[in-house]
Design a protein around this ligand. Structure first.
Ligand SMILES: [Zn+2]
Length: 470
């Protein structure tokens, strides 16, 4: 009898659990997390000018200043966005002066209105609404849209606007930006941005997401890393308004989009026929960056302070907490890399308490690495014996270089115990070519302190040339 009762209890419990799971799936029960939690975990720089709490009445006033972007379901196919004409500096100044006069005249009622508003906000937190004004358009709370950025550096009649995806969440929170294909031949990140952005329901999002899937449209269309003038865009940030083509594009991207971000993930791939294990490159001597990196689950992290001109370096200098994410190889679409990148970005959004998911993220576990490069000592054709992500011990043969004329073969042996976090694809190599990037398991503290000491700096060769540039 007792056994029978136990059995029934188990059965009822199982039925109840299944029912709750179904309810969760149907979004009847919202996984809860408080506003308070999100404010304590999100320590990004404040960007009050672009992202502030206003009441619904204020929103109407704002709407007059910037055209409200259409609320588009990002899952739906939509026409190409068109750039909004941003008024010139003089026009903006005149407008601001006019606005100031109006505000002065109506100062007292506005104050009273504000007080009333604050009270209402305190009474009902969920009633708070945020505006996000970017690229001359206002994106209301709980909506998503496609905007267009035009760096104005081409024959205007031929100008091809660069699509920008924006999701403004229901609750106040940080603005996370994703940029991809700054190098036009780096494709995996483009798909990561699509998968992340199109999987978000604005009404469930805290904060905002801005995604630029293809920054370097010029290079992308030619299958090239570079801009049309052969310059590397990722060496010109933050850029100058009157500089070279690259410098102007960099300046436009930086001022019109990047300056809105609290956090930025710049997506890249290995370059010059090298394949990278999904990894974060971050300046781990910056405590804000360390905190951000701790939110990524199951991804390799390599310390690198960044070079001048890189978007990552310029953004960090401007107070935008930025890391680079490396995924695979250029000119390829690699499903396993895309899955790893998408997972890592989603884990970060979960850990920043920006987006609730069915499952709990738990404690994120990035894997910290110091690293060395193994160079080729003799020229020939490289054939790898090992693959990306493989564990290697000291002395393991990673690959063999064979001279096609003399038939002489040279083994490439791992100088250390570790993981292959980057490697050249099979190709013709010459002496000095950096073929394998081997990660040595490390800790946060150690990876920073050994930088520039006994180990060769991560990806800078003796002459300062980047081996695997971002
Ligand atoms: Zn790149």
């Amino acid at each position: 009898m007792k056994e029978h009762t136990q059995c029934s209890a188990k059965f009822i419990f199982a039925i109840a659990s299944t029912f709750i799971l179904i309810l969760l799936q149907l979004n009847y029960i919202e996984p809860s997390y408080s506003e308070e939690q999100s404010t304590t975990t999100n320590k990004g720089p404040e960007k009050s000018a672009d992202f502030e709490d206003v009441g619904t009445e204020d929103l109407e006033q704002v709407a007059e200043a910037a055209a409200v972007a259409p609320n588009l379901d990002l899952k739906e196919v939509a026409p190409l966005p068109e750039p909004v004409v941003i008024p010139s500096k003089e026009e903006q100044e005149t407008e601001a002066a006019e606005k100031a006069t109006i505000e002065e005249e109506t100062d007292a009622p506005v104050e009273a209105e504000k007080e009333k508003l604050t009270k209402t906000v305190k009474e009902a937190e969920h009633a708070v609404r945020k505006k996000l004004v970017i690229l001359g358009a206002e994106v209301p709370a709980s909506t998503s849209t496609r905007l267009a950025w035009s760096p104005q550096v081409t024959i205007s009649g031929l100008a091809l606007p660069t699509p920008v995806l924006v999701i403004n969440g229901a609750n106040s929170g940080p603005i996370v930006c994703l940029t991809s294909a700054i190098h036009g031949d780096e494709l995996n990140g483009i798909e990561v941005v699509r998968r992340v952005m199109y999987d978000i329901k604005p009404e469930k999002l805290t904060g905002a997401l801005i995604g630029v899937p293809i920054v370097n449209l010029q290079g992308f269309q030619r299958g090239s890393r570079y801009l049309s003038d052969r310059r590397d865009l990722n060496r010109y940030f933050p850029g100058e308004p009157n500089g070279s083509l690259a410098s102007r594009i960099a300046y436009s991207l930086f001022t019109e989009i990047i300056s809105h971000c609290n956090y930025l993930i710049d997506l890249h791939t290995g370059s010059f026929r090298r394949n990278n294990l999904a990894q974060i490159r971050a300046n781990m001597s910056n405590p804000n960056i360390v905190k951000l990196v701790e939110g990524f689950d199951k991804i390799a992290v390599v310390h690198h302070s960044g070079n001048p001109g890189m978007l990552r370096t310029a953004a960090n200098e401007a107070g935008i907490v930025t890391v680079t994410m490396e995924l695979g190889e250029s000119l390829r679409i690699q499903e396993n890399q895309i899955i790893a990148g998408t997972y890592a970005v989603n884990s970060l959004l979960g850990n920043l308490k920006m987006y609730p998911r069915m499952f709990l993220w738990g404690d994120p576990k990035p894997a910290y690495y110091e690293s060395v490069w193994l160079r080729v000592e003799s020229g020939g054709i490289l054939f790898s014996e090992m693959g990306l992500g493989d564990n290697v011990t000291k002395g393991d043969i990673l690959g063999i270089v064979t001279d096609p004329i003399t038939n002489q073969s040279t083994e490439l042996k791992s100088p250390v115990e570790g993981n292959i976090i980057g490697m050249a694809v099979n190709q013709v190599v010459i002496p000095g070519f950096a073929a394998y990037h081997i990660g040595i398991e490390s800790t946060q503290e150690s990876m920073v302190s050994t930088d520039d000491q006994e180990l060769e700096p991560m990806d800078v060769s003796a002459d300062g040339e980047l081996i695997d540039p971002e």
